[in-house]
Design a protein around this ligand. Structure first.
Ligand code: FAD
Length: 401
């Protein structure tokens, strides 16, 4: 049965004074300036309070206090966002950086998938590090009696596939932004990888939202709280078909979890999330170079329509981006490691391919034919299989703003 009514849960409160906090615009701007900016480089950020809670209970206490003082709250994670949404303009900054642990690992038997339960500030890098190396304690199984950690040890390597390039981004921030990145071509954005969240809302209560439990009826949800019932009416605009991250997600019968994903923290602070994990297959990273942009675009069409090759993503670097990279190669020592891009190249196409030992040769001959049909060649292409080499190619992409 479809259910659009969610009941907020009360949790214990702690004294406001227990929370690690900094008060005063002057001291925050002088001693904690990094909390007033993000990668957007938007200037003018300022705040009266800066909070570093350790627990949900502390978040509840500070939300209630800010409500009393009628101050708005800006949630801040790794501040790698490029739209300025973590930059405060007055009020309080709620930094969740102390809540950065793995809570546990579980296996959802209904859909036969592994998931990791984490606190919001853990970075995507750290999630992958822990999952790949299986650095989990036996008592971290969810539920405990499932012995999932032990069973996971015997599994193939897994990972969290969302990759917005900047892997220091946190899970909370990427849910806030519905971050996507190159791999969304094949795997979709963050939305597709979130199983369940806990959110602390403005009443200081918690919503526990698993995917598939609450769906909108007649374009609305009802949130029952200690302060009364709230009707959440969904926006009536139609989502564009093209990839985008603008505005709240909306769909007539949508899942409640999707309203929170991509909402930039306007409904509350995500304090916990379950993320799906995927089995890892070896990847080959490639960057193919072209003298002519039309040839590069023809190559993209071939990659997208190939029967044999199914890239994880395809990304396009135009002439200005390559000029910028060439200049960086000259200026920054860390780029010395990269091969030089010759001056007659105007366009590059970057793509990752999952492969196995059996398919590798076949893939190379297919790519070689496609490249030659587009006036390029394997000798004009960088390819990497080992982690270190793959990291170099990633570095190349990361360097383009
Ligand atoms: C070099 C570079 C390349 C990038 N490439 C891509 C790309 O290809 N695709 C893409 O999608 N993005 C890209 N990004 C941006 C990326 O999406 C963000 O970096 C990331 O999603 C933000 O995570 P964060 O932890 O830094 O969050 P922040 O920037 O700190 O916050 C982001 C938003 O989430 C909210 N928020 C943070 N934590 C929570 C929480 N616990 N609960 C509720 N709301 C919260 C904040 O209030 C803010 O609105 C790129 C960034 C960089 C620097």
């Amino acid at each position: 049965m479809i259910n659009n009514v969610i009941v907020a849960q009360q949790i214990e409160e702690v004294p406001f004074e227990n929370i690690r906090s900094v008060k005063g615009e002057m001291i925050i701007s002088e001693d904690f300036p990094s909390y007033l900016v993000d990668e957007s480089k938007i200037s003018g950020g300022h705040a009266e309070y800066l909070f570093f809670p350790n627990t949900e209970e502390e978040i509840v206490a500070l939300i209630k206090k800010m409500k009393e003082e009628e101050l708005m709250i800006t949630i801040s994670a790794a501040r790698t966002g490029i739209v300025g949404s973590a930059v405060p303009f007055g009020g309080a900054v709620l930094s969740l950086e102390r809540m950065d642990s793995v809570i546990g690992l579980g296996y959802d038997e209904d859909v036969r998938k592994w998931f990791l339960r984490v606190q919001p500030a853990i970075s995507l890098d750290e999630i992958n590090h822990i999952v790949r190396l299986k650095k989990l304690e036996l008592n971290q199984s969810i539920p405990q009696e499932g012995n999932w950690v032990q069973k996971f040890e015997e599994e193939h390597t897994h990972y969290y596939p969302v990759d917005p390039t900047e892997m220091t981004a946190s899970i909370g921030g990427t849910i806030g932004a519905n971050a996507s990145g190159a791999r969304s071509f094949k795997y979709g954005a963050t939305r597709e990888w979130i199983r369940r969240i806990r959110v602390i809302i403005g009443t200081g209560e918690v919503l526990v939202i698993p995917r598939g439990k609450y769906n909108a009826i007649d374009g609305k949800f009802i949130v029952k709280t200690s302060k009364g019932d709230y009707e959440l009416k969904l926006p009536t605009y139609k989502m564009p078909g093209a990839k985008n991250a603008a505005g709240l997600y909306t769909k007539p019968d949508m899942d409640l979890i999707d309203l929170f994903i991509g909402s930039e923290g306007v409904f509350g602070a995500i304090s916990e999330a379950d993320v799906w994990l995927k089995e890892h297959t070896p990847q080959m990273s490639n960057v193919a170079f072209f003298k002519n942009e039309n040839d590069a675009l023809d190559f993209v069409i071939k990659l997208r329509t190939s029967e044999k090759i199914k890239p994880e993503f395809i990304e396009f670097f135009e002439d200005h981006a390559l000029t910028l990279l060439r200049n960086k190669q000259k200026e920054e020592p860390k780029f010395v490691d990269m091969p030089t891009i010759s001056e007659d190249i105007t366009t590059a196409i970057s793509f990752d391919l999952p492969y196995s030992e059996e398919t590798l040769n076949e893939y190379f001959s297919e790519i070689s034919i496609m490249l030659e049909e587009c006036n390029s060649s394997l000798s004009n292409t960088w390819s990497a299989y080992e982690d270190r080499e793959i990291a170099r190619i990633k570095h190349f992409r990361h360097a383009v703003p």
